[in-house]
Design a protein around this ligand. Structure first.
Ligand SMILES: [Zn+2]
Length: 138
């Protein structure tokens, strides 16, 4: 695990905040942007995509993760999320569990306010005593 460099962090903040523009949220009007930084230096963005059948919607963080995984990315430096509220919102429980499937529990999760201030927590702080792939019998 390595933290993002200063340059990567600046790009992460910019891309995460900008990803909100891609949100499809006619029902909640709650825009969310997310961005994953891969160990190879790629930035994979996502936004929330709602549905008239509400449970069919997907969060920004899972959009980014699904894009990353299906594009062949497996190793991540960090993930970030941004909304239009202050203080910064944190990922929902389903997203935390999805991160747990693909990310190291020590991975930093950055949460940005609309003006770009951030808080950070490690995945295992957001999802303590989590259940993951290694817990299943081999
Ligand atoms: Zn979520």
């Amino acid at each position: 695990m390595r933290p993002p460099t200063k340059e990567e962090f600046d790009q992460l903040r910019e891309k995460t905040l900008a990803a909100r523009e891609s949100a499809y949220c006619p029902y909640s009007k709650f825009r969310v942007g997310a961005c994953l930084l891969t160990t190879s230096g790629s930035f994979i963005t996502g936004a929330n995509v709602e549905n008239a059948s509400y449970p069919a919607g997907i969060c920004a963080e899972r959009t980014a993760l699904v894009k990353a995984i299906t594009e062949g990315h497996k190793d991540f430096v960090c993930i970030a999320v941004a909304t239009d509220i202050n203080p910064a919102a944190s990922p929902c429980g389903i997203c935390r569990q999805t991160m747990r499937e693909f990310c190291d529990v020590g991975m930093p999760v950055y949460m940005f306010t609309p003006d770009g201030k951030s808080e950070v927590m490690k995945l295992d702080e957001l999802l303590p005593r989590s259940f993951g792939p290694d817990d299943l019998p081999k």
